[in-house]
Design a protein around this ligand. Structure first.
Ligand SMILES: Cc1ncc(COP(=O)(O)O)c(C=O)c1O
Length: 394
């Protein structure tokens, strides 16, 4: 039987690097002594108030079809937060509740891009972008975020990549895998290019609340950007709710009207009882959220300090999120070989970061979603492993 050409476009190249992660997860399930640092799923429980509100809604029989773009109360809570952050007038007509940020990214891609369009993405980039942006037939044009620049974007690279076919710029800030966050000055230059060339901007902000220094800036708040920006967010990372699939997109009303039609054809709304929990997450300032952020920051500081003491390793301190990049170029191993050998020798799984783009060559991505004891043990094992490598710089 034949399939549509879409199935080919959905196949990304970055898939092989995940084999090691699947292997580590299987070993962990089998009870082996492994420390899985190859994924970004928070190791915390969802705050209790959210779960309780969801259970209450379930018990109250809120198990029927929901409004297609989400409960009004939830869209309003998202709109309020967006307006507070960006200073842009935002109503529920600017908001669509989606099944996680990923679904928001996909809906943006389907509603904004056409076959032959070019979409610029700074790399290293989050792995799902490839299939997400290729789905409507668009072509991804990658621009480098170089390690020597702390994996930050140089807007001149972006300017050079723009052609008459460019329709949009997609990026995540803070970034996965690097944890680098775009400073306001960079966002201003990106915004100027978008206005000048009449481009859409899709800004993926799922790590925006998990910052360790500077506060996050949303590009949608810059002058002339609200009408051309789609902001993507979710509760997955900020509230340790990856499995709830609660995300949203905020953008111009005309776009949200098209997303309504897409949702009718595909998603048909989200479970009402889960949305009741999400309302609590957004309307109450839950203490657990700041506690989790502070713990990530403490873990980051600990891991960066420990691994930077290991000859041959350089650890890039992330601005935000739950990942960091480890430069392994001085160990004498390539990043693929490093991650495989490290796992085989020590049971610590990290990801070969080349899966995220070629600027990440020679780096591995390591998450810090494990308790202090496991992270300390992981650092000890990584350090011991690197010291056994003949090529490691003394
Ligand atoms: C940059 C980025 N965007 C989107 C997602 C997907 O988030 P969600 O669970 O809300 O779909 C992730 C998940 O790791 C991510 O790292």
């Amino acid at each position: 039987m034949r399939f549509s050409p879409l199935v080919d476009r959905l196949q990304g190249e970055g898939v092989a690097a995940w084999d090691l992660h699947y292997r580590a997860s299987a070993d962990q399930r089998a009870g082996r002594d492994v420390i899985v640092l190859s994924v970004g799923d928070p190791d915390f429980d969802t705050p209790a108030a959210i779960t309780e509100a969801t259970i209450a809604a379930l018990r109250a029989g809120e198990t029927h079809y929901s409004e297609l773009l989400g409960l009004d109360e939830l869209r309003l809570a998202v709109a309020r937060r967006h307006q507070e952050k960006t200073g842009q007038p935002t109503t529920i007509e600017n908001v669509a509740i989606m099944s996680g940020a990923q679904c928001g990214l996909f809906a943006s891609s389907m509603c904004l891009l056409a076959p032959g369009d070019e979409v610029i993405v700074p790399e290293p980039m989050y792995v799902t972008y490839e299939a997400t942006l290729q789905a409507p037939g668009a072509r991804i044009v990658q621009v480098p975020q170089r390690p020597e620049n702390g994996f930050h974007l140089d807007p001149k690279d972006l300017a050079r990549a723009i052609t008459p076919r460019t329709r949009a710029i997609f990026f995540a800030t803070p970034c996965n895998p690097t944890g680098a966050m775009m400073p306001r000055a960079t966002l201003e230059q990106v915004a100027a290019l978008a206005r000048q060339h009449d481009l859409w901007v899709v800004s993926d902000e799922v790590y925006a609340t998990l910052t360790f220094g500077e506060r996050h800036v949303s590009i949608a708040g810059l002058p002339g950007m609200a009408e051309r920006t789609v902001t993507i967010n979710s509760l997955s990372k900020s509230h340790a709710m990856t499995g709830w699939r609660m995300g949203w997109m905020t953008g111009p009303k005309a776009l949200i009207a098209h997303v309504y039609n897409l949702s009718m054809a595909m998603l048909y709304g989200l479970p009402t009882f889960l949305q009741r929990g999400a309302v609590v997450a957004l309307e109450q300032d839950l203490a657990e959220v700041e506690v989790m952020r502070a713990i990530y920051q403490r873990r980051r500081d600990m891991v960066v300090k420990r691994l930077n003491q290991v000859p041959g390793l350089t650890c890039l301190s992330p601005d935000a999120g739950m990942f960091m990049m480890l430069d392994v170029r001085s160990t004498g191993l390539g990043s693929g070989e490093f991650s495989t050998k490290l796992y085989e020798a020590t049971g610590v799984s990290v990801l070969d970061a080349t899966a995220f783009g070629k600027s990440a060559a020679g780096h591995v991505r390591m998450s810090f979603v494990a308790d202090d004891k496991s992270l300390e043990e992981a650092c000890r094992r990584i350090s011991g492993f690197v010291r056994t490598l003949p090529g490691a710089a003394a």
